[in-house]
Design a protein around this ligand. Sequence first.
Ligand code: SF4
Length: 348
Amino acid sequence: MKNGVKNDVKRLYSSLNTMYYNLKTKNSSRYQSKGKDLESFSEVYKVWKPPGGPNVILLRWYMTEWCNYKCPYCSQTHGRFEPKGDNLKAHSFDNFPIDRWLEAFRLHFKNVKLSLVITGGEPLIDKKNMVKLLTAFNEMPEIECVRIDTNASWNVDWYKGLDKSKIILMCTYHPSQIEEHQFFDAIQKILDNGFHIGMINFVITSETREKYFEYKNTFKKMGVPLHPNPIWDKSGHHKKEDMQFFENELPTVDYLYRTGTKSPKGKKCLFPSLAYEMDFKGNIHIGCYPKTSVNFLNSKLPLPFPGPVTCPNTQCACLDKYSFLEGINRNVTTNPLELYSQALLERK
Ligand code: SF4
């Protein structure tokens, strides 16, 4: 089949799928917010679905698979221009120009507020596009919060003139790729230049494990919590001593969900009712519902579910997501990382 026809068929399929989901969620009592739900999620509703509107949408944007590091445990392809099918590459801005992304942001989110998570790969290495993107986001009042996951290896001077008030960083320390003193210097410089760092994620291996408490104290003095991130062993499990780390260092719910000790299946969750997940090709779907995928740049977005949904998955290790589960209800602002950061700092 020729590419043009293939794309038309894909677009038609997406539109039908979107219509189907929108009809299904609109008419099914299963997905409506009932009085009991409104009550149990009330603190979160006040912020994300306030009675007078506008609603807040959380968008997790997996912007790129491109990263300047080559960590031995990383499963990504890394090459910026790696072919990724459909004549597309590993980075959002190599697939479509930044102006098209911005145009789509303005179109889709004009009647809501937005809390963004930009992750990768390493998003901040692309200074040309990121300065432009973040400047544009600053000018869009609908965008409330921009969290960026980064390895902190970029030059902070690239972002010197930028207003950083909406931005929160999650910086990961990969000891196999950068000397200790270089990472600490980079973090200090990032802070000195007005960025807010929500937490430092420390990749723990058997060689680096003993450094955890020393680093924790040093970063705490800088006002930033350290988060343990032990890597899985070959069987996909954490070692006993690493599980102990999680249990001692994390708030209980985070320990339970991050380690997969507790399953969310069957519990009510608000994430699919207020979130989208998008990749570097522009494929975007309702949070946790990949079958609702459409293209961000040329399609109408499927509507998120109107109320809480029964979780279909047995694992949920992502902070942005499980924090929307009934009973956890942590996300009472539009900045989930900041809330987690405070919870970590409050632990001894
Ligand atoms: S996987 Fe996580 S975010 Fe998704 S519905 Fe389940 S609990 Fe919610």
